[in-house]
Design a protein around this ligand. Structure first.
Ligand code: CMX
Ligand code: CO
Length: 157
């Protein structure tokens, strides 16, 4: 079977104060904020810190997440667990097909159809209880960056 997930897109980190946490990662790790946006649907303000690569869909990021409302998943997580790693996100060429394929194995897919993610990407989440305790995000970068050189999607065959 071709691998469905072809790279690590980002690691999501929950924090109470986005600006203070971005400053910490700049001072301690030397990472700059490449992109910032509010995702109302996910209930977060987020900053993408590029770790390697370029912003053409092949980079790996840290995604800092600050909740913008009390009932958002990140707010619930912070209240229960405090700050720290919230999810791991893998790149895939076709998020809907990959979610369907993984869902077919019995893993709970949390999004009926893909939603809007950072920087124009399409995303879907897998339940942490079905993924060894790790909330798992599937990411299809904008612009087909995960397609193979021959133009075919790097999704399931
Ligand atoms: N990582 C690992 N385990 C997690 C978790 C996480 N991020 N969030 C919750 N859990 C665990 C809890 O510890 C709990 O386990 P126990 O029952 O053993 O205590 C269980 O899952 C249920 O947790 P809960 O606090 O009751 O939370 P909910 O079930 O209401 O929600 C989840 C959990 C994963 C379904 C929900 O957070 C969700 O739908 N997440 C997807 C969307 C999201 O996280 N968006 C923000 C990021 C946006 C982005 O990346 O762009
Ligand atoms: Co994410």
């Amino acid at each position: 079977m071709e691998p469905l997930l072809t790279r690590i897109d980002h690691v999501g980190i929950a924090c109470f104060d986005l600006d203070a946490t971005a400053d910490l990662y700049r001072r301690v790790h030397g990472f700059e904020v490449a992109h910032e946006e509010v995702n109302e649907e996910q209930g977060v303000r987020e900053a993408m810190l590029r770790v390697n690569g370029t912003d053409d869909g092949h980079a790996t990021y840290l995604q800092l997440l600050e909740p913008v409302r009390e009932d958002s998943p990140v707010a619930v997580f912070l209240a229960r667990h405090g700050e720290g790693v919230h999810h791991v996100a893998f790149g895939t060429g076709d998020v809907a097909a990959t979610a369907a394929e993984i869902g077919g194995t019995g893993v709970r897919v949390l999004d009926e159809s893909p939603r809007a993610g950072s920087m124009g990407s399409s995303i879907a989440f897998l339940h942490p209880k079905d993924c060894g305790g790790v909330l798992t995000e599937l990411v299809q970068a904008a612009g087909g960056a995960d397609d193979r050189p021959d133009g075919s999607a790097a999704g399931p065959e």
